[in-house]
Design a protein around this ligand. Structure first.
Ligand SMILES: [Cu+2]
Length: 535
């Protein structure tokens, strides 16, 4: 888009912004300077994207209904957008920071995001959404605290700790992008980072000397810490666990869960969880915090393991010995799925408002539209390796969809995304789902690829009502959880399996529905749901 036109839109944006925020609610301000720095998280110097010279970036700390203002200065050599994953952008779709909603921020430019975190609580993260930049960093946590008057379904924790885990390559994001453009696979990652740092040297042959690792400091005596764990990586599902400690699951992506203990939990790309950790051990040594690659040949993927340290202030020594075991489920493909099914909505807890989360009885609402979205292994279209959703490989338009609507630019996109997968040859299209305002949409995500895909929808929390292996059919509805399926924004779909979600389309805008697997997303596995108020 020409700069002059961009400037015009920019000024109009400012006008829109100031009219859309509620002046009575408090503001929180952040200045983000986004630039390259050199870091060596795995012992190899490489170019990393930092915010205010920090990698990972700072945690945004807000409270329900705050107006959040983030002034972003782009000091990269390419355009930039920041996406606030899981923030619903009520009436502010054009702040979502995706190519379908915003014009990219050119190098050396400034852009101020402003939005209200309306009626939300919970644990989220932000990341750069263009050009495969997330593979180089630029991410950070995003917390929305409860207002003081709203009860939380657990005692006030003694500490609040953000933990960002993710697979990592020592190649920079432009090299990874080039590989994908050339039709290649990225191959096995070089490691897993925890808060931007490489593994603790738990094994002299697997981990080189001199790597800086993350240490989480805690106090003994049964104190409770809230750990907010996010998988900010590229495409690897990670098993998260802490030696000798249980993880009491309490919240995921803005919904309080029924509280249950796990010895470990699978966290898929783009997902966020809050655990309550109690310091109930004797501190005879430090403890390992582990994030290891899941559903892979573990003897080949040994290096793809993140290891940090949990240190009690009265610790008697270093962590030593082998890491705690991952789930031993090589011959049980339902283990992980059963774990996912066990995550339930706490229907009696208050969410962002004083009324219980479960007062919205999704199970008794009639579905008004149904979409079956299917992904398959990558295909070749016009000589290029592409990924597809229902046979369509998404092409980002030159003008963001949201702005095309705003300024009535015709022909930018088509509202013809099919409700069932196309059967003909795959094609490249800017094809968008036509959602009905105040409709209730059922979406079946069918993954006919060979690895886990996670799907994320902007603008909403959807209800995860079912998942199973095989091909979804009408009969599958008999297995749906109609009562306490979790409401969240990012769900996994196992290979050769489906996940069903329900969405109450009450938020006007243009909302990205995409795979969070960065390589699949980059190659076109996404679309948008457009929701317009007809009045
Ligand atoms: Cu999002």
């Amino acid at each position: 888009m020409a700069l002059s036109k961009f400037l015009g839109l920019f000024l109009i944006h400012i006008a829109l912004l100031w009219s859309s925020c509620f002046a009575a609610d408090p503001f929180v301000f952040y200045d983000f300077e986004v630039s390259y720095i050199t870091a060596s998280p795995l012992g190899v110097p490489q170019q990393v994207i930092a915010i205010n010279n920090k990698f990972p970036g700072p945690t945004i700390n807000s409270t329900t209904n705050n107006n959040v203002v983030i002034n972003v200065r782009n000091k990269l050599d390419e355009s930039l957008l920041l996406h606030w994953s899981g923030i619903q952008q009520r009436r502010s779709s054009w702040q979502d920071g995706l190519p379908g909603t915003n014009c990219p921020i050119p190098p050396k430019w400034n852009w101020t995001y402003q939005f209200q975190v309306k009626d939300q609580i919970g644990s989220f993260f932000y990341f750069p959404s263009l050009h495969f930049q997330r593979a180089a960093g630029g991410f950070g946590g995003f917390i929305i605290n409860n207002r003081d008057i709203i009860p939380i379904p657990f005692g006030s924790p003694d500490g609040d700790i953000t933990i960002l885990i993710g697979d990592w390559y020592t190649r920079n994001h432009t090299a990874l992008r080039k590989a994908l453009d050339a039709g290649k696979d990225l191959g096995m990652p070089d490691g897993v980072l925890i808060n931007g740092k490489g593994p603790y040297r738990y094994n002299d042959t697997l981990v080189p000397d001199g790597i800086d690792y993350e240490t989480i400091d805690v106090h003994p005596g049964g104190k409770t810490y809230r750990l907010r764990v996010h998988n900010v990586g590229i495409s690897t599902s990670l098993n998260f666990r802490i030696q000798s400690h249980n993880l009491l699951l309490a919240e995921t992506e803005g919904s309080y869960t029924v509280q249950q203990n796990y010895t470990s939990l699978d966290i898929h790309v783009g997902q966020s969880y809050s655990f309550l950790l109690t310091t109930d051990q004797n501190a005879s040594s430090d403890y390992y915090i582990v994030a290891s690659a899941r559903f892979v040949n573990e003897s080949q993927w040994k290096r793809v393991t993140g290891v940090a340290i949990l240190r009690y202030s009265n610790s008697k020594g270093k962590a030593a010995g082998p890491l705690p075991d991952p789930p031993q489920d090589e011959y049980d493909k339902t283990f992980s799925m059963n774990q996912a099914r066990s995550i339930r909505w706490n229907v009696s807890a208050s969410g962002a408002r004083p009324n219980p989360q479960g007062s919205f009885r999704y199970g008794s609402i009639n579905v008004t539209e149904i979409f079956v979205l299917k992904n398959k292994p990558p295909v070749t279209i016009d000589g290029k390796r592409r990924t597809t959703l229902s046979g369509i490989s998404f092409v980002n338009p030159a003008t963001p969809i949201r702005l095309a609507d705003q300024f009535k630019v015709k022909g930018v996109y088509k509202l013809d995304f099919p409700s069932r997968p196309l059967t003909g040859p795959p094609k490249m299209e800017t094809s968008v789902i036509n959602g009905t305002f105040r409709g209730f949409m059922e979406v079946i995500l069918q993954n006919n690829d060979t690895k886990v895909q996670t799907y994320h929808l902007s603008g909403y929390a959807f209800f995860v009502v079912g998942m199973d292996y095989g091909e979804w059919s009408e009969n599958s509805r008999g297995t749906y959880n109609k009562w306490d399926g979790i409401a969240r924004s990012t769900t996994q779909v196992y290979p050769g399996a489906w996940t069903a979600i329900l969405i109450s389309l009450d938020n006007v805008g243009v909302w990205n529905l995409r795979t969070e697997n960065l390589d699949s997303w980059y190659l076109g596995q996404e679309t948008y749901i457009r929701v317009v108020n007809p009045e």
